[in-house]
Design a protein around this ligand. Sequence first.
Ligand code: 13P
Length: 361
Amino acid sequence: MFPSLTPEQKKELSTIAQRIVETGKGVLAADESVGTMGKRLQKINVENTEEHRRQFRQLLLTSDPALSNSIGGVILFHETLYQKSDTGVLFPKIIKDAGIVVGIKVDKGTAALAGTDGETTTQGLDGLGERCAQYKKDGADFAKWRCVLKISDCCPSSLSIAENANVLARYASICQQNGLVPIVEPEILTDGDHNLQRCQYATEKVLSAVYKALSDHHVYLEGTLLKPNMVTAGQACSQKYTPQEVAMATVTALRRTVPAAVPGICFLSGGQSEEEASLNLNAINQCPLPRPWKLTFSYGRALQASTLATWQGKPGNTKAAQTTFSTRAKINGLASKGEYKPSGQTDQSATQSLFSASYVY
Ligand code: 13P
Protein backbone atom coordinates (compact mmCIF):
# COMPACT_ATOMS: atom_id res chain seq x y z
CA MET A 1 0.00 0.00 0.00
CA PHE A 2 1.30 3.39 -1.03
CA PRO A 3 -1.35 5.88 0.14
CA SER A 4 -2.09 8.51 -2.51
CA LEU A 5 -3.77 11.06 -0.23
CA THR A 6 -3.46 11.99 3.45
CA PRO A 7 -6.54 11.80 5.69
CA GLU A 8 -6.62 15.63 5.61
CA GLN A 9 -6.58 15.71 1.82
CA LYS A 10 -9.38 13.15 1.70
CA LYS A 11 -11.43 15.14 4.18
CA GLU A 12 -11.02 18.31 2.16
CA LEU A 13 -12.01 16.60 -1.10
CA SER A 14 -15.07 14.86 0.28
CA THR A 15 -16.24 18.05 1.99
CA ILE A 16 -15.97 20.01 -1.27
CA ALA A 17 -17.81 17.30 -3.22
CA GLN A 18 -20.64 17.19 -0.70
CA ARG A 19 -21.03 20.96 -0.68
CA ILE A 20 -21.50 21.05 -4.45
CA VAL A 21 -24.35 18.52 -4.34
CA GLU A 22 -26.04 19.56 -1.09
CA THR A 23 -29.75 18.75 -1.10
CA GLY A 24 -31.60 20.88 -3.65
CA LYS A 25 -28.43 22.08 -5.41
CA GLY A 26 -26.69 21.35 -8.69
CA VAL A 27 -24.03 22.82 -10.94
CA LEU A 28 -24.10 25.62 -13.48
CA ALA A 29 -21.80 24.63 -16.36
CA ALA A 30 -20.72 28.04 -17.68
CA ASP A 31 -17.39 26.76 -19.01
CA GLU A 32 -18.03 27.11 -22.73
CA SER A 33 -14.79 27.60 -24.62
CA VAL A 34 -14.36 30.83 -26.58
CA GLY A 35 -15.45 29.07 -29.78
CA THR A 36 -18.55 27.48 -28.23
CA MET A 37 -19.56 30.76 -26.61
CA GLY A 38 -19.21 32.32 -30.04
CA LYS A 39 -21.82 29.94 -31.43
CA ARG A 40 -24.19 30.82 -28.59
CA LEU A 41 -23.71 34.55 -29.07
CA GLN A 42 -24.10 34.27 -32.82
CA LYS A 43 -27.64 32.96 -32.30
CA ILE A 44 -28.56 36.28 -30.67
CA ASN A 45 -26.47 38.35 -33.10
CA VAL A 46 -23.94 39.40 -30.50
CA GLU A 47 -20.28 39.62 -31.47
CA ASN A 48 -18.00 37.10 -29.73
CA THR A 49 -15.72 39.51 -27.85
CA GLU A 50 -14.11 39.04 -24.45
CA GLU A 51 -16.27 41.89 -23.13
CA HIS A 52 -19.55 40.33 -24.32
CA ARG A 53 -18.57 36.98 -22.82
CA ARG A 54 -17.77 38.79 -19.57
CA GLN A 55 -21.10 40.62 -19.58
CA PHE A 56 -23.06 37.42 -20.04
CA ARG A 57 -21.19 35.55 -17.32
CA GLN A 58 -21.61 38.53 -15.00
CA LEU A 59 -25.34 38.47 -15.68
CA LEU A 60 -25.48 34.82 -14.58
CA LEU A 61 -23.26 35.19 -11.52
CA THR A 62 -25.04 38.27 -10.16
CA SER A 63 -28.56 37.17 -11.05
CA ASP A 64 -29.89 36.44 -7.60
CA PRO A 65 -28.48 36.85 -4.09
CA ALA A 66 -30.17 33.54 -3.23
CA LEU A 67 -28.56 31.65 -6.13
CA SER A 68 -26.82 29.33 -3.70
CA ASN A 69 -30.20 27.87 -2.73
CA SER A 70 -30.18 25.97 -6.03
CA ILE A 71 -26.61 26.21 -7.34
CA GLY A 72 -23.80 24.51 -5.40
CA GLY A 73 -21.02 24.92 -7.95
CA VAL A 74 -20.21 26.92 -11.08
CA ILE A 75 -17.78 25.63 -13.72
CA LEU A 76 -15.77 28.35 -15.44
CA PHE A 77 -13.57 28.48 -18.51
CA HIS A 78 -9.96 29.68 -17.99
CA GLU A 79 -10.68 33.19 -19.29
CA THR A 80 -13.63 33.70 -16.91
CA LEU A 81 -11.63 32.72 -13.81
CA TYR A 82 -9.58 35.90 -14.31
CA GLN A 83 -12.39 38.28 -15.31
CA LYS A 84 -13.99 40.88 -13.05
CA SER A 85 -17.42 42.37 -12.53
CA ASP A 86 -18.22 45.98 -13.52
CA THR A 87 -17.28 46.93 -9.94
CA GLY A 88 -13.86 45.28 -10.25
CA VAL A 89 -14.44 42.12 -8.24
CA LEU A 90 -12.94 38.88 -9.58
CA PHE A 91 -15.63 36.38 -10.59
CA PRO A 92 -14.28 33.60 -8.31
CA LYS A 93 -14.68 35.96 -5.34
CA ILE A 94 -18.27 36.78 -6.31
CA ILE A 95 -19.05 33.07 -6.54
CA LYS A 96 -17.39 32.19 -3.24
CA ASP A 97 -18.98 35.12 -1.41
CA ALA A 98 -22.34 33.78 -2.57
CA GLY A 99 -21.54 30.47 -0.85
CA ILE A 100 -20.97 28.59 -4.11
CA VAL A 101 -17.97 26.41 -5.04
CA VAL A 102 -15.76 27.52 -7.97
CA GLY A 103 -14.90 24.99 -10.67
CA ILE A 104 -12.69 25.07 -13.74
CA LYS A 105 -12.69 23.17 -17.02
CA VAL A 106 -9.21 21.67 -17.43
CA ASP A 107 -9.42 19.51 -20.55
CA LYS A 108 -8.19 20.77 -23.91
CA GLY A 109 -10.84 19.24 -26.13
CA THR A 110 -11.06 16.07 -28.14
CA ALA A 111 -8.62 14.44 -30.57
CA ALA A 112 -9.34 11.71 -33.12
CA LEU A 113 -8.62 8.07 -32.38
CA ALA A 114 -7.22 6.95 -35.74
CA GLY A 115 -8.65 3.79 -37.21
CA THR A 116 -12.05 4.19 -35.53
CA ASP A 117 -15.44 5.31 -36.83
CA GLY A 118 -14.77 8.93 -35.88
CA GLU A 119 -14.25 8.27 -32.18
CA THR A 120 -12.17 10.52 -29.94
CA THR A 121 -10.16 10.79 -26.78
CA THR A 122 -9.65 13.98 -24.75
CA GLN A 123 -6.36 15.88 -24.47
CA GLY A 124 -4.84 18.00 -21.73
CA LEU A 125 -2.79 15.75 -19.43
CA ASP A 126 0.55 17.46 -20.21
CA GLY A 127 1.26 20.02 -17.51
CA LEU A 128 -2.09 19.29 -15.86
CA GLY A 129 -0.58 19.03 -12.36
CA GLU A 130 0.92 22.52 -12.62
CA ARG A 131 -2.28 23.98 -14.04
CA CYS A 132 -4.36 22.40 -11.28
CA ALA A 133 -2.01 23.77 -8.59
CA GLN A 134 -2.36 27.27 -10.07
CA TYR A 135 -6.16 27.03 -10.37
CA LYS A 136 -6.38 25.92 -6.75
CA LYS A 137 -4.40 29.04 -5.74
CA ASP A 138 -6.68 31.15 -7.90
CA GLY A 139 -9.82 29.98 -6.12
CA ALA A 140 -10.99 26.78 -7.81
CA ASP A 141 -11.98 23.78 -5.69
CA PHE A 142 -13.21 21.44 -8.39
CA ALA A 143 -12.51 20.65 -12.03
CA LYS A 144 -14.21 19.22 -15.07
CA TRP A 145 -12.88 17.06 -17.90
CA ARG A 146 -15.22 15.94 -20.68
CA CYS A 147 -14.74 12.75 -22.68
CA VAL A 148 -17.06 12.04 -25.59
CA LEU A 149 -18.36 8.69 -26.79
CA LYS A 150 -20.94 7.90 -29.43
CA ILE A 151 -23.37 5.17 -30.35
CA SER A 152 -23.41 3.59 -33.82
CA ASP A 153 -23.37 0.04 -35.17
CA CYS A 154 -19.76 -0.37 -33.99
CA CYS A 155 -19.50 2.36 -31.32
CA PRO A 156 -18.61 2.89 -28.61
CA SER A 157 -15.68 0.60 -29.49
CA SER A 158 -13.73 -1.23 -26.81
CA LEU A 159 -10.76 1.01 -27.70
CA SER A 160 -12.65 4.24 -27.07
CA ILE A 161 -14.19 2.87 -23.87
CA ALA A 162 -10.77 1.83 -22.51
CA GLU A 163 -8.90 4.93 -23.65
CA ASN A 164 -11.48 7.42 -22.34
CA ALA A 165 -11.84 5.58 -19.03
CA ASN A 166 -8.09 5.66 -18.53
CA VAL A 167 -7.65 9.32 -19.39
CA LEU A 168 -10.51 10.27 -17.05
CA ALA A 169 -8.90 8.30 -14.24
CA ARG A 170 -5.48 9.87 -14.85
CA TYR A 171 -7.08 13.33 -14.82
CA ALA A 172 -9.00 12.52 -11.63
CA SER A 173 -5.86 11.36 -9.88
CA ILE A 174 -3.94 14.53 -10.81
CA CYS A 175 -6.81 16.76 -9.66
CA GLN A 176 -7.02 15.08 -6.28
CA GLN A 177 -3.27 15.44 -5.74
CA ASN A 178 -3.82 19.18 -6.14
CA GLY A 179 -6.89 19.56 -3.93
CA LEU A 180 -9.43 19.76 -6.75
CA VAL A 181 -12.51 17.51 -6.79
CA PRO A 182 -12.66 15.97 -10.27
CA ILE A 183 -15.97 15.89 -12.07
CA VAL A 184 -15.62 12.80 -14.22
CA GLU A 185 -17.59 13.28 -17.43
CA PRO A 186 -17.91 10.43 -19.94
CA GLU A 187 -20.61 11.85 -22.21
CA ILE A 188 -22.35 9.50 -24.62
CA LEU A 189 -23.81 11.70 -27.35
CA THR A 190 -27.47 11.46 -28.34
CA ASP A 191 -26.65 11.54 -32.06
CA GLY A 192 -28.28 8.57 -33.80
CA ASP A 193 -31.57 6.68 -33.99
CA HIS A 194 -30.82 4.06 -31.32
CA ASN A 195 -33.49 3.21 -28.76
CA LEU A 196 -33.46 3.59 -24.98
CA GLN A 197 -32.20 0.05 -24.34
CA ARG A 198 -29.20 0.54 -26.62
CA CYS A 199 -28.23 3.69 -24.75
CA GLN A 200 -28.64 1.93 -21.42
CA TYR A 201 -26.38 -0.91 -22.57
CA ALA A 202 -23.68 1.51 -23.80
CA THR A 203 -23.93 3.63 -20.65
CA GLU A 204 -23.43 0.58 -18.43
CA LYS A 205 -20.37 -0.56 -20.41
CA VAL A 206 -18.81 2.91 -20.35
CA LEU A 207 -19.47 3.58 -16.65
CA SER A 208 -18.24 0.20 -15.50
CA ALA A 209 -14.97 0.77 -17.41
CA VAL A 210 -14.67 4.25 -15.86
CA TYR A 211 -15.02 2.91 -12.30
CA LYS A 212 -12.56 0.09 -12.96
CA ALA A 213 -10.03 2.66 -14.20
CA LEU A 214 -10.66 5.00 -11.24
CA SER A 215 -9.99 2.09 -8.92
CA ASP A 216 -6.83 1.12 -10.84
CA HIS A 217 -5.58 4.72 -10.46
CA HIS A 218 -6.33 4.78 -6.69
CA VAL A 219 -8.81 7.61 -7.06
CA TYR A 220 -10.66 8.46 -3.84
CA LEU A 221 -14.29 8.09 -4.89
CA GLU A 222 -15.74 10.07 -1.97
CA GLY A 223 -13.87 13.06 -3.37
CA THR A 224 -15.25 12.81 -6.93
CA LEU A 225 -18.48 13.58 -8.75
CA LEU A 226 -19.81 11.86 -11.88
CA LYS A 227 -21.28 13.82 -14.79
CA PRO A 228 -22.95 11.31 -17.11
CA ASN A 229 -25.55 11.49 -19.84
CA MET A 230 -29.05 10.50 -18.84
CA VAL A 231 -30.09 7.27 -20.51
CA THR A 232 -32.26 8.49 -23.40
CA ALA A 233 -33.04 7.29 -26.89
CA GLY A 234 -31.05 8.73 -29.79
CA GLN A 235 -32.14 12.11 -30.97
CA ALA A 236 -33.43 10.59 -34.27
CA CYS A 237 -35.17 7.56 -32.69
CA SER A 238 -38.78 7.25 -33.88
CA GLN A 239 -39.95 5.85 -30.56
CA LYS A 240 -40.59 8.39 -27.80
CA TYR A 241 -40.17 7.57 -24.11
CA THR A 242 -41.74 9.12 -21.03
CA PRO A 243 -39.65 10.78 -18.31
CA GLN A 244 -40.54 7.78 -16.11
CA GLU A 245 -39.04 5.39 -18.68
CA VAL A 246 -35.92 7.55 -19.01
CA ALA A 247 -35.66 7.66 -15.21
CA MET A 248 -35.98 3.88 -14.79
CA ALA A 249 -33.35 3.18 -17.48
CA THR A 250 -31.01 5.83 -16.08
CA VAL A 251 -31.22 4.79 -12.43
CA THR A 252 -30.93 1.10 -13.39
CA ALA A 253 -27.73 1.77 -15.35
CA LEU A 254 -26.26 3.87 -12.53
CA ARG A 255 -27.14 1.33 -9.84
CA ARG A 256 -25.33 -1.36 -11.81
CA THR A 257 -22.13 0.61 -12.25
CA VAL A 258 -21.58 3.55 -9.87
CA PRO A 259 -20.31 2.76 -6.35
CA ALA A 260 -22.34 4.12 -3.45
CA ALA A 261 -19.17 5.89 -2.24
CA VAL A 262 -19.63 8.51 -4.97
CA PRO A 263 -21.45 11.42 -3.29
CA GLY A 264 -23.19 12.84 -6.31
CA ILE A 265 -24.11 12.33 -9.93
CA CYS A 266 -24.81 15.53 -11.83
CA PHE A 267 -26.23 15.00 -15.28
CA LEU A 268 -25.32 16.97 -18.38
CA SER A 269 -28.27 18.13 -20.46
CA GLY A 270 -26.84 17.00 -23.80
CA GLY A 271 -29.19 18.87 -26.13
CA GLN A 272 -32.44 18.24 -24.25
CA SER A 273 -34.72 21.25 -24.05
CA GLU A 274 -34.68 23.11 -20.75
CA GLU A 275 -38.07 21.73 -19.74
CA GLU A 276 -37.25 18.16 -20.82
CA ALA A 277 -34.03 18.21 -18.79
CA SER A 278 -35.96 19.41 -15.71
CA LEU A 279 -38.79 16.89 -16.14
CA ASN A 280 -36.37 14.00 -16.64
CA LEU A 281 -34.32 14.97 -13.58
CA ASN A 282 -37.50 15.25 -11.55
CA ALA A 283 -38.62 11.78 -12.67
CA ILE A 284 -35.18 10.37 -11.84
CA ASN A 285 -35.60 11.68 -8.30
CA GLN A 286 -39.05 10.11 -8.07
CA CYS A 287 -37.86 6.74 -9.35
CA PRO A 288 -38.88 3.94 -6.95
CA LEU A 289 -35.43 2.25 -7.02
CA PRO A 290 -33.03 2.93 -4.11
CA ARG A 291 -30.55 5.71 -4.97
CA PRO A 292 -27.46 5.96 -2.73
CA TRP A 293 -26.11 9.16 -4.33
CA LYS A 294 -27.43 12.68 -4.87
CA LEU A 295 -28.86 12.90 -8.39
CA THR A 296 -28.72 16.44 -9.69
CA PHE A 297 -27.86 18.65 -12.65
CA SER A 298 -24.74 20.12 -14.18
CA TYR A 299 -26.41 21.80 -17.12
CA GLY A 300 -24.93 24.13 -19.68
CA ARG A 301 -27.44 24.61 -22.47
CA ALA A 302 -30.47 23.64 -20.37
CA LEU A 303 -29.71 26.37 -17.82
CA GLN A 304 -28.74 29.17 -20.18
CA ALA A 305 -30.63 28.94 -23.46
CA SER A 306 -33.72 30.97 -22.58
CA THR A 307 -31.61 33.41 -20.54
CA LEU A 308 -29.47 34.13 -23.62
CA ALA A 309 -32.60 34.51 -25.73
CA THR A 310 -34.04 37.00 -23.24
CA TRP A 311 -30.80 38.96 -22.95
CA GLN A 312 -30.06 39.51 -26.67
CA GLY A 313 -26.90 41.40 -25.64
CA LYS A 314 -28.97 44.44 -24.59
CA PRO A 315 -28.26 46.07 -21.21
CA GLY A 316 -31.96 46.91 -20.91
CA ASN A 317 -32.78 43.18 -20.93
CA THR A 318 -30.33 42.21 -18.20
CA LYS A 319 -32.85 42.20 -15.36
CA ALA A 320 -35.39 40.14 -17.29
CA ALA A 321 -32.67 37.68 -18.36
CA GLN A 322 -31.55 37.33 -14.73
CA THR A 323 -35.12 36.52 -13.70
CA THR A 324 -35.32 33.89 -16.46
CA PHE A 325 -32.07 32.34 -15.24
CA SER A 326 -32.97 32.24 -11.57
CA THR A 327 -36.38 30.72 -12.39
CA ARG A 328 -34.65 27.93 -14.35
CA ALA A 329 -32.12 27.35 -11.57
CA LYS A 330 -34.94 27.10 -9.00
CA ILE A 331 -36.87 24.63 -11.17
CA ASN A 332 -33.82 22.39 -11.44
CA GLY A 333 -33.17 22.70 -7.72
CA LEU A 334 -36.70 21.40 -7.13
CA ALA A 335 -36.21 18.64 -9.75
CA SER A 336 -33.09 17.49 -7.91
CA LYS A 337 -35.40 16.71 -4.99
CA GLY A 338 -38.21 15.27 -7.15
CA GLU A 339 -40.38 18.23 -6.13
CA TYR A 340 -40.89 20.05 -9.42
CA LYS A 341 -44.53 20.49 -10.38
CA PRO A 342 -44.80 22.09 -13.84
CA SER A 343 -47.22 25.03 -13.88
CA GLY A 344 -48.56 24.19 -17.34
CA GLN A 345 -47.49 27.65 -18.50
CA THR A 346 -44.00 26.79 -19.60
CA ASP A 347 -42.31 29.42 -21.73
CA GLN A 348 -42.10 28.41 -25.41
CA SER A 349 -38.34 28.89 -25.51
CA ALA A 350 -37.90 26.42 -22.65
CA THR A 351 -39.35 23.56 -24.68
CA GLN A 352 -37.16 23.96 -27.77
CA SER A 353 -34.60 21.24 -28.48
CA LEU A 354 -31.02 22.35 -27.88
CA PHE A 355 -29.53 19.49 -29.88
CA SER A 356 -26.64 20.05 -32.27
CA ALA A 357 -24.88 17.15 -34.02
CA SER A 358 -21.54 15.85 -32.62
CA TYR A 359 -21.57 18.53 -29.98
CA VAL A 360 -18.27 20.22 -29.14
CA TYR A 361 -18.11 22.02 -25.80
P1 13P B 1 -24.86 20.60 -21.60
O1 13P B 1 -25.69 20.56 -20.35
O2 13P B 1 -25.14 21.76 -22.49
O3 13P B 1 -24.85 19.26 -22.31
O4 13P B 1 -23.34 20.85 -21.18
C1 13P B 1 -22.86 20.43 -19.98
C2 13P B 1 -21.39 20.33 -20.03
O5 13P B 1 -20.71 20.87 -19.19
C3 13P B 1 -20.77 19.52 -21.08
O6 13P B 1 -19.42 19.30 -20.77
